[in-house]
Design a protein around this ligand. Structure first.
Ligand code: CTP
Ligand code: MG
Length: 231
């Protein structure tokens, strides 16, 4: 299934504490952002890439796009205060397509087979998001005291890509903007419309580069991939 992808890239990376947008930090030989862009560049089903960026970072990002021969970028609209606003700026600027994926630019280890699966389920059912099963026992804690243990069987940690029929996501974002609802992912906005969202089991390797130790995980994942390629 063909799709276009929205990559929010207009964050500040506060939790990484690098004093710059974390997407510009290198993992092995390339910036995190470039690793992510190359996945979609290499996926034949991806027909367009939209990047939400900060105005002051647009030129630098354009230079990365040129230097690494990324050919599919269709637009780099200005991101917003929150991630949701950044995604919305892309959705508003792009033309309607059948399926749109939203993927954190900070998740460089997404694989093409998983993207393909998500796009297919979104096309057939409307909405599909990546997630993994919770590994640890989860408890609700209030004021330092355990209130409740939640049944782990029903708990998932959700990731991106989150894939939707374009019309469904565009409507969900317009409604959220109108009523001033702020979600932490796209699925929350679509859930509010009462639409079913399917979960596609993904990989623990699809980690978001968020804090310093994620860079160590990231380097280890790349080393594992390179080791396999060399066999
Ligand atoms: N993002 C964005 N616009 C924002 C905030 C975040 O486009 N206003 C993007 C980030 O660039 C990142 C993705 O959304 O690719 C996921 O967000 P997150 O991991 O929270 O990144 P940051 O917001 O940059 O990091 P932090 O929350 O630690 O400041
Ligand atoms: Mg953030």
């Amino acid at each position: 299934m063909r799709y276009e992808v929205v990559l929010p890239a207009a964050g500040s990376g506060k939790r990484m504490g690098a004093g710059q947008n974390k997407l510009f930090l290198n993992l092995a030989d390339k910036p995190i952002l470039v690793h992510t862009l190359l996945v979609f560049e290499q996926d034949a089903n991806c027909t367009g890439i939209w990047l939400a960026v900060k105005d002051e970072e647009r030129l630098f990002i354009q230079s990365l796009i040129e230097n690494y021969n990324i050919t599919k970028v269709k637009g780099l609209p200005t991101g917003g205060e929150e991630r949701q606003h950044s995604v919305h700026s892309c959705i508003k600027e792009m033309k309607a397509v059948e399926v749109v994926l939203v993927h954190d630019a900070a998740r460089p280890f997404i694989t093409i087979p998983k993207i393909t699966e998500l796009a297919k389920v979104a096309y057939e059912k409307g909405a599909a998001i990546a997630g993994v099963r919770a590994k640890d026992t989860m408890k609700i804690v209030q004021n330092g005291l355990i209130k409740e243990t939640i049944d782990r069987e029903s708990l998932w940690m959700v990731q991106t890509p989150q894939a939707f029929r374009y019309d469904l996501l565009a409507e969900a974002e317009d409604v959220a903007e109108k009523v001033g609802f702020l979600g932490t992912d796209e699925a929350m906005l679509v859930e509010r419309l009462g639409h079913d969202i399917h979960i596609v089991e993904c990989s623990y390797e699809n980690v978001k580069m968020t804090t310093q130790e994620d860079l160590i995980f990231g380097e280890a994942i790349l080393e594992k991939h390179n080791f396999r390629k060399s066999l």
